[in-house]
Design a protein. Structure first.
Length: 92
């Protein structure tokens, strides 16, 4: 069975870009607008994930992998938020 947590960084970013462009186009949500916002979210996510991982004795290599996926997810959100969603969803 294949789960979303099996996606690599490239697949995670692509999936997140699609998700963010959908939410922008159909609901007007901006998930991540710019690099500064991305870095703020990334710092918080990484700090939380590392603390949780250390507390639960997750190997550091897995924590580091999660951090890579966190960044990929947020980069996808930023790309989707800034995409021309009319071209994506309406073919304009």
């Amino acid at each position: 069975m294949y789960h979303s947590h099996d996606f690599d960084a490239e697949e995670t970013e692509e999936r997140s870009a699609i998700e963010a462009s959908f939410f922008k186009h159909f609901f007007g949500y901006d998930l991540v607008s710019d690099e500064a916002e991305l870095q703020r979210h990334l710092q918080g996510m990484n700090e939380h994930d590392e603390a949780w991982g250390v507390t639960h004795r997750v190997p550091m290599s897995e924590i580091d992998e999660r951090k890579v996926l966190n960044e990929a997810r947020l980069r996808g959100f930023m790309r989707g938020t800034n995409a021309d969603t009319d071209a994506i969803f309406e073919g304009k």
